[in-house]
Design a protein around this ligand. Structure first.
Ligand code: BGN
Length: 285
């Protein structure tokens, strides 16, 4: 016996960092499949751990990404989102977890508050440093659109099929946004005061600008995404109150947001493909 042992090339014993840009990313065909089942999605994603967590094999991801989805009564959209997104995030070598934040019945929908709740609970669950707040009905059509954070808050829904793959107005900040922990706490999160449809994203944009950050967006080609078409949900009507709140964003932002968030958890369930948080966010005062 020579006494020589096999010495792995990485002598520190730690797995290497994943490459900055994951290999072999490409555009995708995305279409809505109304009857896709959870059983099928689970069987196609054996790598996904309880609560909807995934990790790259053989390398260490540079970011830990929580995906936060505000939700109420959109089961078939959720199934489609999961069907496409688990393989997508795997291809991107993401270290990630999926949090579906469901608002309990009986009050007007408050998308922004659900985002704040998702941020707080995901932060308690794992050491995330990047938070992607995404609607359940938007599915990216190109794996090169990296679900990661940048040095500025990033708007990622700038090329939706619904808007003919262009940005409909320069300050649009809806659909999907990515914030690091530092960026999100700097703006005190979303406003808690937007009940019903519209404007909470425009208000968040005002917060970002008010603290001197810029908004980044991916290239229009790789940002292409499908939005599942649907009618406006009951319990999420437009109230017309948004415009006043948006105007005063910079005056209100430190008195309305993460530091004033209140809610009651109804339940937290670790499903195979996601963590579901059901929450009572109250009603408009
Ligand atoms: C805008 C909404 C956004 C929404 C985009 C795209 C408002 C505020 C009006 C003062 N803004 O009109 O919330 O993301 O459309 O649908 O409603």
């Amino acid at each position: 016996k020579s006494g020589k042992m096999f010495v792995p090339s990485n002598t520190s014993g730690e797995i290497p960092d994943c490459p900055e840009i994951p290999p072999d990313l490409s555009p995708l065909n995305v279409h809505y499949i109304p009857n896709i089942t959870y059983i099928k999605i689970v069987s196609q994603n054996p790598n996904v751990g309880p609560g909807g967590h995934g990790k790259p094999e053989g390398c260490k991801a540079r970011q830990k990404v929580a995906l936060i989805i505000p939700f109420r009564d959109r089961d078939s959209h959720l199934r489609n989102w999961l069907y496409y997104m688990h393989p997508f995030l795997k291809a991107q070598q993401a270290d990630y977890g999926i949090y579906v934040v469901e608002q309990s019945e009986g009050s007007m929908f408050n998308r922004a508050k659900l985002m704040n709740v998702g941020y707080v609970l995901a932060s308690n669950d794992y050491d995330y440093n990047c938070f992607i707040f995404t609607d359940v009905d938007i599915i990216p059509m190109d794996q090169r659109n990296l679900y990661r954070c940048s040095s500025n808050p990033k708007h990622m829904a700038n090329a939706l099929d619904k808007f003919n793959f262009i940005l409909p107005y320069p300050n649009l900040f809806g659909g999907i946004v990515a914030f690091t922990k530092e960026q999100f706490t700097k703006v005190n999160g979303f406003s808690n005061m937007f009940w019903g449809w519209g404007g909470e994203d425009d208000e968040l944009y005002q917060r970002v600008v008010a603290v001197g950050m810029k908004v980044e967006r991916p290239d229009l080609i790789i940002a292409r995404a499908r939005m599942i078409s649907h009618n406006r949900d009951a319990g999420n009507e437009e109230t017309g109150k948004s415009v006043h709140l948006i105007f005063k964003a910079s005056q209100r932002m430190y008195k309305d947001g993460l530091n004033t968030l209140n809610y009651t958890i109804i339940g937290i369930t670790g499903h195979k493909l996601f963590t579901k948080i059901t929450v009572d966010v109250g009603t408009e005062q």
